[in-house]
Design a protein around this ligand. Sequence first.
Ligand SMILES: *Cc1c(COP(=O)(O)O)cnc(C)c1O
Length: 468
Amino acid sequence: MTKPRQPAEPFRIKSVEPIQLLDRATREKKIVEAHYNIFRIDAADIYIDLLTDSGTSAMSNRQWAALMMGDESYAGAKSFRNFEKVVRDIFRKEYVIPCHQGRSGENLIFSTILKPGQYVLNNTHFDTTRGNTQHKGGIAVDLPCAESDAPVPLPFKGDMDTEKLEHFIDEHGTDEIAMVIMTITNNSVGGQPVSMKNIKAVSSICKKHGLPFFFDCARFAENCYFIRRDEPGYENKSIRKIAAEMFDACDGVMMSAKKDGLANIGGFIALNDGELYQKLTDLMILIEGFPTYGGLAGRDLEVLAVGLQEVMDLEYLKNRVGQIKYFGEVLKQAGMPIVEPTGGHAVFVDAGQFLSHIPTKQFPGQSLAVAFYVEGGIRAVEIGSLMFGGTDPVTGEKLSAPRELVRLAVPRRVYTNSHLDYIGDVAKIITGRREALKGYKITYQSRFLRHFTCKLESISTRNVEVGS
Ligand SMILES: *Cc1c(COP(=O)(O)O)cnc(C)c1O
C-alpha cells in the first residue's frame, strides 16, 4: 500500500512545550493506578493527548501579542469593543454576549426562553446542550438525517431531517416548541458537516412557523470549509462569504469558542432580538458577570477576536481537515476500521468491529483506549457502552450505546504529521496483538456521567458474563 501524503503544516514553530514518553513499565503502573480509566491519568504522564479538541488549541504569534493588549476595565473595555466588532462582522448579529464557555451560554439561553415541558429540536444535541435543556425542564429531541449513521461516505451526514422536522411541528404545534437548533458541525455524529442547502431548508421551515432558529456553532469554520469543498456552487467562495450566508439564515448563535475560536477558554451568544438580549443580560449579571466581559478577562476577548478571524484562513482549514483525513488513512493502513468519512475534528475507530472477541458488556472501546496508552502513551476516549450504557439515573431504564467507538480528537495546530505517523505505528502494534486484548468490568461508578470517574478491572477469562 502506498503511504498517503499530507502536505507539511502551514506554520513554523516559535515556542515549544516538551512532552515525554514514559517507559512501558511506568505506563503499565500508571494505568493500574488509574484503575484503567484514562481520565484518571495526569496529563504529564501522557505523550500525545487526543482526549479532546476543546480548549487545547495552540495560539498564534498574533494571538499572544493580542493578549498583551487586554483592557481589564470592568465595564465597556476596549477589548470587548474589538471582540464585539469581530463577532458582528462574522456572525452578522447586532447583540454580542461573551460567556466563559459554551455551556454557560446554553444555560443563559434555556433559562430565559424555555418553558418547562417545551421541546427543543436539534439535528443532534451535544451532551451539554441536551443537559442544559433537560435541566430547565425542556425535552431535547434529535432529528438527524437518515444517512447520519449509515456506513456510506456521504459528504453532509450532519444534516437535519427536514421531513421529520415538518412532521414534528405539525404534530405538536409551535407553542410546544421553544426553538430549533442546528449543531455545526454535528459533533455527536462525529463532527460531520451540515450543508448550506439543509441550513436554508430548516431556516425557511422555522420562518414559516415563526420558530426561533439558532446555531450551536463551535466548529463553524470547519463546516464552511466542507461546504466550500463539497457543495456545488461554493467552490470559489471565500470562507467568510460562506459564513455570512450561513449566519444570515439564523436568528442567533451560541458558540463554544474553545474549538474554532482557537483559544483555550471562551464562548458567546450573538442575536438580533433586543428584548431577548435584555433578558439574557439581566440574568447574566447574576451568574456570569457584567455584559461586556461575561466571565472572561479582557485579554481572553482579544485572543478570541484574533482567533475567530484566523480560523477562517483557507490554508489553515485545508491543512486542518486534510490532517484529520490523513490521520484516518494512517489508522486504516494500520489495520483499524474507522468511521467514514472523517469529519472536522477527530477520527473514530470502530472498536466493536476491531475487537469483536470482546463482548459489548466488557467495553471493547475501553480496552482499545487502554491499549493506546500502554503501547504508546496516547490518550484517546471511549465513546460506547462505558460512556452511554448503564442505567438512567432518573428513570432507572437500561441504556445502550449505538456503537463501540474510540475517539481520537486532534487539537488545533498542536501536533504535526509526524506525531500522527507515530500513532499509526502504535496502532500497527496493537493490531498485531489484538487477540490478546481483554475486556473490563466496572468496580466503581457514579450515578451521573460514570465514565469520568469510574474504576475498572481487567477480565482475564474470555466471555465472562458481567453486568454493565
Ligand atoms: C464543546 C461544545 C459545547 C459546550 O461548550 P463548552 O465550551 O465545553 O462548555 C456545546 N456545543 C457543542 C457543539 C460543542 O462542541
